[in-house]
Design a protein around this ligand. Structure first.
Ligand SMILES: [Zn+2]
Length: 558
């Protein structure tokens, strides 16, 4: 808005204030906000009539709710600890998870005076690798900077980070939202060091104190900053899951959110649909799981809408997610940006990336999830849904392909597709269910690909019925035995002998006269019920196809 316009508008609004019935709560601050937002928030007609003095100046809440639908705008910052053997700037071990406090430390990571840091080459390589996988442009020149701020977990009083010369910029990743692909931009990928860990304690007398553990201080931390392109909590969850999958494929981080090796902060604001204006950006912290990110963002988007509808304003601040209360609470106002007094780290040389070196890293990138998903669909004929779920976990996708390699008769494409779908059904069905109930990961399972393939072969050749296979699989999963042993032990081999099934079917028909007459009255569900009774009587061993044929024969159906 130009100065001239402001003056004119001010004059008119003051006329409106002096002539129209004005809401008493309309303060000068609100008036100012009204002026700055009026162009986008009022319909043109409302604006014109207000300015002509024919309409009273609407209340702030009315201005905001009258006209506008809001859209949510989310940007995520992810910190991932890198899986290097040593720390970022010293040779201490970075594998501190089970170490007693303050045992993996040295003068460098304890920030003693006079020490000099040295750069961990592997960490730089992992960061460049990640930036390449995220389609970033790799800088020819990158630099470490000091980010100065006082905090008890920052022993040096500054963090070695990267400011205006990061390693990778202008990247993107894609997510799948109900079958539609969405490209989300990534601003930058850079490298820094982790801080020490504080544990806050209280004495029996109620005095509070904090303990510092410097084992984590100096562990390499990669930061991935996303553009504010995300428009819903679900998209945010998908973005994070995709990013985690990519990092896991690269093998650069464990990405364990609960253990803190993968952390996420979110910026969230709402704005009138179709505008580019922010009504106050809120940063949300303390989210320790994908579910927490989703819930926190959903809560925050709703809170901001309600705040505006009440006539309030969105304060730019940092809020923490409190899991137990299911809400975010204000931590500190962010009206003024921190002055971190960044300056180039004088103890470290700048990084100059040789093109040949970057290309060599690019050539070593593994097959990434999107490419693998497309290949699963074309090579194995899997539906998008299956392919997406399988490649989400590298371990699961590897397991799937290990099974396929062991299967016989897959040189024929039809057969291969059929068998691949069967493996996928088991992995995404009973296998995943058992992993969930036992809280295990696929890496820990006792069912080897060989065991699973053997079981599928037994189903194919008719030795094992579908329902009995479920029992066999559960046993395989819990006890690690091959299917053939379990079938022998439990007498679970499929009954395909017609005369045996015929005897049982006759009995079932005799015992269920109601279902029989229902079927004869045309109720098809009655047949399913009768087949179910045959399966039940044989403990799932009867061949369901034969059971159906025999029942139909006996009932005179088709
Ligand atoms: Zn150290």
């Amino acid at each position: 808005m130009s100065a001239t316009h402001s003056v004119i508008l001010l004059g008119v609004v003051f006329r409106a204030v002096s002539t129209g019935p004005i809401q008493p709560a309309l303060s000068f601050t609100i008036l100012e906000d009204y002026l700055s937002h009026s162009k986008v928030l009022c319909s043109q007609e409302t604006q014109r009539q207000t300015l002509e003095g024919r309409l009273p100046l609407p209340s702030y809440a009315a201005i905001l709710t009258d006209v506008v639908e809001y859209e949510t705008v989310i940007g995520l910052e992810v910190h991932a600890q890198l899986l290097t053997r040593s720390k970022m700037f010293c040779s201490c071990s970075a594998d501190y998870a089970n170490a007693p406090p303050n045992t993996y430390v040295c003068p460098i990571c304890l920030a003693m005076p006079g020490v000099l840091p040295t750069i961990n080459e592997k960490a730089v390589e992992y960061t460049v690798m990640t930036a390449l996988a995220l389609n970033c442009t790799i800088a020819e020149y990158a630099r470490f900077d000091r980010k100065n701020y006082p905090y008890p977990d920052l022993l040096k009083g500054y963090q070695i980070s990267q400011y205006d010369a990061p390693m990778g910029q202008h990247g993107w990743l894609t997510i799948d939202m109900d079958g539609t692909k969405k490209k989300l931009d990534i601003t930058r990928v850079h490298l820094e060091e982790d801080t020490a860990k504080l544990t806050h304690c209280t004495t029996p007398e109620g005095e509070t104190y904090s303990l510092v553990d410097a084992n984590r201080a100096g562990v390499p931390l990669m930061e991935i900053v996303g553009e504010p392109d995300i428009s819903s909590p679900e998209e945010a969850r998908q973005y994070l899951m995709k990013l985690r999958t990519i990092l896991q494929y690269l093998g650069v981080s464990t990405c364990n959110m609960e253990e803190g090796s993968f952390r996420c902060d979110a910026n969230i604001s709402i704005r009138p649909e179709g505008t580019t204006e922010y009504l106050g950006k809120v940063e949300v912290k303390n989210m320790n799981s994908f579910k927490a990110v989703y819930r926190a963002l959903e809560y925050e988007a709703k809170r901001q809408r309600q705040e505006l509808e009440k006539g309030g304003r969105i304060i730019q601040e940092t809020r923490g997610w409190v899991e137990e209360r299911g809400m975010t609470v204000s931590q500190r106002s962010k009206e003024y940006a921190h002055d971190y007094r960044y300056f180039p780290e004088p103890d470290l040389p700048p990084l100059v990336f040789d093109k040949t070196w970057v290309e060599e890293i690019r050539s070593r990138l593994p097959e990434l999830p999107d490419v693998r998903r497309d290949r699963f669909m074309s090579q194995y004929g899997l539906p998008t849904y299956d392919a997406n779920l399988l490649v989400d976990s590298k371990a699961m996708a590897d397991y799937f392909e290990d099974c396929i390699k062991l299967m016989t008769g897959t040189s024929n494409e039809n057969n291969l597709h059929k068998k691949a779908k069967a493996v996928s059904n088991w992995l995404l069905g009973d296998f995943s269910r058992m992993l969930n109930t036992t809280n295990a990961s696929i890496e820990e399972t006792r069912v080897t690909p060989k065991h699973l393939v053997e079981m599928l072969d037994l189903i194919d050749e008719g030795t094992l019925s579908g329902p009995a296979a479920k029992t066999v699989f559960e046993d395989m999963f819990l006890n690690g035995k091959p299917a053939s042993d379990i079938i022998a032990e439990k007498g679970l081999s499929q009954i395909s002998d017609s005369s045996e099934i015929e005897k049982i079917a006759a009995q079932i028909i005799a015992d269920n006269s109601q279902a029989v007459s229902d079927f004869q009255d045309g109720k098809q569900q009655a047949l399913a019920f009768l087949i179910g009774q045959v399966m039940k009587a044989t403990k799932g061993r009867a061949n369901p196809g034969i059971a159906k044929r025999i029942l139909l024969d006996k009932l005179g159906g088709k």
